[in-house]
Design a binder for this molecule. Structure first.
Ligand SMILES: NC(=O)c1ccc[n+]([C@@H]2O[C@H](COP(=O)([O-])OP(=O)(O)OC[C@H]3O[C@@H](n4cnc5c(N)ncnc54)[C@H](O)[C@@H]3O)[C@@H](O)[C@H]2O)c1
Ligand SMILES: [Zn+2]
Ligand SMILES: [Zn+2]
Length: 366
């Protein structure tokens, strides 16, 4: 069938909205009519070359839509089901999956690196016969997507698509980082560095988990204002001075610090802003060449923990329903992350706004 989608052909971009041919779903795959796909910094990192992926690639990995066809043997979903697509297909049977670490699914990670679906296939074709790669098993900046059913989670039929899409990356990653990776507990003093879609989702979850202080750090003033509206008790301008400001307002360092900037120097600041006994979590994805330098003694003498968090350490089919329930109960108001709606043809302007720090979470509505 025919579809239109936003393809990256060379590092630097721009994305080109092209007509493509889409193969029917193969074994264990679904054809999804995409209704909404969010713009995440991880897409931008592929465009600007800080995350190297095989090109050409049809981007977009935070999507929601409706199942319109099921491939042979795809039995988890029926035509008409509303699904959210998340960015690690979980095979369910590798050693990571069986130990509850679906975010680290080995075949899922291998397929994502290769730019294929979980089964190893590429289902997209350009008019010249080239087969673009899939982005993280989703390729959601398109009218239709063929995906492994292992990339999909059922969501309630009345959940708006533009909200549902956010659960696929920003909410799983940010809320999972706060709930699971950092383990925010009642009374914790929490700092969040970076207030984009992922950071603000972490802030909402820290509030829901009962943090007594939430310090919101960003270089962009209007994001700090939004963070205050969403429950931050303090806000601090990003930069080297942020460390001392977080340490003094928390009485010697925060219990849990979550870095969502993707900037290695800020991860160092996040570590330095963490107090004795505390945990520093990062979800940022800096360029693979970046390294960090930390005071080694503090790790032991202060019993500190430094953790990376991929997909918020979530299990999408367990956690999307949990987080949707919290959203419906008003405890995780993820609609506040949505800062704009775009058409597919406006996508490059959307990425310019994300790169400049102006936008929080924009969604392409299809
Ligand atoms: N680990 C995962 O599973 C996962 C999932 C999604 C995104 N990510 C990564 O997480 C990061 C955040 O994604 P996003 O979509 O929210 O990005 P974003 O661009 O919307 O947000 C990043 C924020 O960091 C702020 N920032 C930049 N420099 C700063 C500084 N020196 N001090 C304080 N704040 C600063 C920016 O102003 C921006 O608000 C990216 O690196 C992205 O690739 C990781
Ligand atoms: Zn993402
Ligand atoms: Zn697996």
């Amino acid at each position: 069938m025919k579809t239109r989608g936003a393809v990256l052909t060379e590092v630097g971009g721009p994305l080109e909205v092209l007509d493509l041919e889409l193969d029917p779903p193969g074994a264990g795959e679904l054809l999804v009519k995409v209704h909404a796909t969010g713009l995440c910094h991880s897409d931008l990192s592929v465009i600007d070359g800080s995350r190297l992926r095989p090109l050409p690639m049809l981007l977009g990995h935070e999507a929601a839509g409706e199942v319109v066809e099921t491939g042979p043997g795809a039995s988890d979903f029926a035509v008409g089901d509303r699904v959210v697509l998340s960015f690690v297909p979980a095979c369910g049977s590798c050693r990571r999956c069986v130990s509850g670490r679906q975010a680290l699914c080995e075949p899922g990670a291998a397929a994502n690196r290769a730019g294929t679906l979980l089964g190893g296939e590429r289902r997209l074709r350009l008019p010249d016969g080239t087969r673009p790669h899939h982005h993280l098993g989703v390729s959601g900046f398109a009218e239709y997507a063929v995906v492994s059913e292992k990339s999909a989670t059922l969501v309630p039929a009345d959940l708006p698509f533009e909200i549902a899409a956010l659960f696929g990356c920003a909410v799983l990653t940010g809320a999972g980082a706060a709930f699971y990776s950092a383990g925010v507990a009642p009374g914790d003093r929490v700092a969040v560095f970076g207030l984009g879609g992922v950071g603000l989702a972490a802030l909402l979850a820290a509030r829901a988990a009962g943090a007594s202080q939430i310090i919101a750090v960003d270089v962009v003033a209007h994001k700090r204002e939004l963070a205050r509206k969403l429950g931050a008790t303090h806000d601090v301008a990003g930069g080297p001075d942020a460390v001392e400001e977080v340490r003094s307002s928390t009485g010697g360092g925060a219990d849990k610090v979550i870095d969502t900037t993707g900037v290695a120097a800020v991860l160092e600041q996040a570590y330095l802003a963490t107090g004795a006994g505390g945990t520093t979590v990062t979800v940022g994805l800096p360029h693979p060449d970046r390294t960090i330098t930390l005071p080694a003694l503090s790790l032991v003498a202060e019993e500190r923990t430094l953790k990376g968090s991929y997909l918020g350490s979530c299990v999408p089919r367990r956690d999307v329903p949990r987080f949707v329930d919290l959203y419906r109960a008003g405890q995780l108001p993820v609609q506040e992350l949505l800062s704009g709606r775009l058409t597919l043809d406006e996508i490059n302007a959307g990425f310019t706004r994300l790169a400049s720090g102006e936008a929080v979470r924009q969604v392409v509505v299809l």
